[in-house]
Design a protein. Structure first.
Length: 156
């Protein structure tokens, strides 16, 4: 496995990983009006906008996961279905924590959808602690969508 910056040429592959992972983890637990706007194209657009902050995990030259950090936030983490359980997610988390610390962040945070128990257990296993709930303001084509989430934090 190799971790590296994302390349513009792989946005379609990464968007597919994000879309499939989002459908798997969130489609059944988040409001249908949010699911309706989380299209494959919306994930492509978000990846394009965040490209400088995207790190990719690859195996044999093929992207199998990615993470995004922005400011003091561990913003996104997605791993392809076939690569789950291989340690890729933990490697991406560790890499993100190093990047955040190097940028001067003392306490990083992430938002975990309420009800995403699998992700919550994983973050806790990685040393993150649930600090409470918060409201995320999600940018959508129809405007800002307010979503209550579990806020996790970690001292770096």
């Amino acid at each position: 496995m190799k971790l590296r910056p994302a390349a513009a040429a792989e946005i379609d592959r990464l968007a597919r990983i994000w879309y499939d992972g989002w459908q798997d983890a969130y489609a059944k637990i988040l409001p249908v009006e949010l699911a309706r706007v989380r299209t494959l194209e919306s994930f492509r657009d978000r990846l394009q906008a965040a490209l400088a902050d995207v790190r990719v995990a690859e195996i044999a030259g093929e992207p199998v996961g990615f993470c995004i950090v922005t400011g003091d936030e561990f913003y996104q983490l997605f791993v392809s279905t076939g690569a789950r359980g291989t340690g890729i997610a933990a490697a991406l988390v560790a890499d993100a924590e190093v990047r955040l610390a190097r940028s001067g962040v003392a306490t990083a945070w992430l938002a975990c959808a309420i009800g995403n128990e699998r992700a919550a257990r994983f973050y806790e296993k990685c040393g993150w602690h649930r600090a409470g709930t918060a409201t995320s303001l999600l940018d959508t084509p129809g405007g800002i969508f307010h979503l209550d989430v579990w806020r996790y934090e970690k001292n770096l």
